[in-house]
Design a protein around this ligand. Structure first.
Ligand code: FAD
Ligand code: NAI
Length: 500
């Protein structure tokens, strides 16, 4: 009995203790303290974007060294790896976003956060022009700001290849609104198919969901739609569940070219079991209101009726990035993106513009992993630049003081040495942590690099690893709690099928 009492007490103390700690951390997050104001003697560091690259920089940046201004059309960070889960209602949209102010308000010096899109960057005059493009605007909605340093992290947009009908009729899977729109449209197709008197042919059309692009975005989304169908829609729309069909169209000979062959085969067989049709070597040529035109390996064009198309065919540069590249024709010749050196300095800008993430043309894949590591790297670079600037300032003050005695001469030599040392900034080095993707049916695939070789695994255990990996990578306790709670809610009550 005594033993049980001890166990009971220890358990109780542990529960109360962790509850108290959780409450303390959450409250600390909610109540940011006083911040130093902007300092006119400090240099202005403008950060464009609030995605993976910019947010990772802001988290690590020592803001006492600069007057930092963040400009982005969305005032939050979006955790893109879990976006497909929002498209089927597994996760609530707010669970995977984090307001940028939740980070900047905890910094030592005030960081200005401006919800606006950069419309023009002048790398010679060192200015950025930005505009409030939201629905509601004040009397001033566009202005220009001068920067000493610019971090350019505006990401990319979805590539449409100017294929007719894509912009008009397809949903995308890039921004939060895209996932919400996909969810709504999916349910709209279901309800229209459930309308009394609908013919079998029309039901089949409305419930044919086509995903274009066999990259990780298209694969993960197809897997999530399949789960939605199996775990929820079969119960709530039993009369329609056999009409639902998912097709994945990919122009290349196989899906997921960045994964190892074993995992590609595993994904294809999992999709086959799940009745998801994979059409490889098939190019989408046009999207119409009620159909999609594809060209298969035989070269013949076919029109396939469908209710919804989600376009996940890769990335292209934003207009503002193309314009910036065009301003430096001698140095910027890569049409894939901004050319940077191995310190992420944009070629032709004399070290005043740093670019990272999906808007750059490097040897790395356009992934969150790369952008996040580049952001952390730049935070270290800016610390070193600030240190160097302070040393140069001290050196100049010494030189301006006139003739130097022996001690001052020694001090000057010492400072010069320190400046030379701080000039040597280590280049960016990417450390690949592996590739992970969810493929539906509670299975995931992982290509993990180890010193002895690559480990390629797939299945239910990998799915649990996928979940825990992304849960731990979410930037805040708040998001981790929200995502974990959503997962529990779905396990207990299923996904919602109401159309908002
Ligand atoms: P982003 O994160 O896209 O951020 C760009 C920022 O710039 C945004 O805040 C945007 O609002 C802002 N912006 C846009 N226009 C302007 C403008 N004119 N002025 C100022 N700011 C602007 N990668 C992985 O490694 N693992 C994954 O599991 C993974 N899953 C993904 C799932 C999906 C559905 C998608 C779409 C992508 C996924 N990626 C994943 C890729 C990853 O999201 C990108 O590589 C990453 O977001 C790139 O970071 P970034 O900072 O360059 O751009
Ligand atoms: P992607 O570029 O990887 O794949 C797009 C696919 O669409 C390509 O395979 C292309 O051949 C195909 N395509 C293009 N036009 C087509 C057409 N007209 N008809 C048929 N198919 C067509 O794009 P995705 O999946 O959006 O990924 C973008 C980046 O984000 C990649 O670097 C990827 O690695 C990363 N990402 C990583 C994830 C992960 O690690 N789990 C998840 C999602 C994205």
């Amino acid at each position: 009995r005594t033993f049980l009492q001890v166990i009971g007490r220890v358990t109780l103390i542990t529960i109360v203790g962790s509850g108290g700690l959780f409450y303390y951390v959450a409250q600390k997050d909610r109540t940011p303290g006083e911040q130093l104001p902007h300092d006119p003697t400090k240099k202005t560091l403008v950060v464009l974007g609030s995605g993976w690259g910019a947010t990772s920089l802001l988290q690590k940046l020592d803001t006492t060294d600069y007057n930092v201004v963040v400009i982005s059309p969305r005032n939050y960070f979006l955790f893109t790896p879990l976006l497909p889960s929002v498209a089927v209602g597994t996760l609530s949209p707010h669970s995977i976003i984090q307001p940028t102010r939740y980070i900047t308000r905890h910094k030592d010096r005030t960081v200005s956060v401006i919800e606006a899109a950069a419309t023009d960057v002048d790398p010679i005059a060192q200015t950025v022009t930005f505009a409030d493009e939201s629905e509601i605007q004040g009397l001033i909605s566009s202005t220009t700001l001068k920067y000493d340093y610019l971090v350019y992290a505006v990401g990319a947009e979805t590539q449409t290849f100017n294929i007719p009908g894509v912009k008009e009729h397809a949903c995308f899977m890039k921004e939060l609104e895209d996932a919400e729109k996909t969810h709504t449209r999916f349910l709209d197709c279901l309800e229209s198919a459930a309308f009394p008197g609908q013919s079998e042919e029309e039901k089949n059309r409305l419930l044919h969901m086509v995903v274009v692009g066999g990259g990780p975005t298209g694969i993960e989304l197809s897997g999530e739609i399949h789960d939605y169908l199996e775990e929820d829609l079969r119960s709530w729309y039993p009369e329609l569940s056999n009409n639902i069909k998912i097709s994945l169209v990919e122009a290349l000979p196989s899906v997921l070219p960045m994964f190892s062959k074993k995992l590609i085969d595993y994904t294809e067989s999992t999709f086959k079991e799940a009745n998801i049709d994979i059409l490889t070597k098939t190019m989408v040529k046009e999207i119409k209101e009620k159909s999609i035109v594809v060209q298969g390996p035989d070269g013949v064009k076919r029109e396939v009726p469908c209710g919804m198309v989600v376009w996940a065919a890769g990335n292209t540069l934003r207009k503002v990035t193309k314009d910036l590249i065009a301003k430096l024709p001698e140095h910027q010749t890569n049409r894939r993106g901004i050319a940077v050196d191995d310190h992420l300095r944009m070629a032709g800008t004399n070290g005043t513009v740093f670019a990272l993430g999906d808007c750059t043309a490097t040897s790395y894949a356009p992934t969150a992993q790369v952008a996040a590591q580049q952001g952390s790297y730049l935070a270290r670079v800016f610390k070193q630049i600030a240190k160097r600037d302070a040393l140069v300032y001290e050196l100049q003050a010494l030189e301006n003081a006139g003739s130097l005695d022996e001690e001052k001469q020694k001090q000057k030599a010492d400072l010069t040495k320190q400046v030379e040392k701080s000039d040597k900034v280590k280049p960016f080095k990417y450390s690949h942590q592996g590739s992970l993707a969810y493929i539906g049916s509670e299975k995931a695939i992982a290509d993990l690099p180890f010193s002895v070789g690559n480990l390629a695994v797939g299945g239910v255990a990998t799915y649990l690893f996928w979940r825990s990996a992304y849960l731990s990578r979410l930037f805040s306790l708040r998001n981790r709690t929200l995502v974990a709670t959503d997962w529990v809610k779905v396990k207990l009550f299923g996904r919602d099928v109401s159309r908002e």
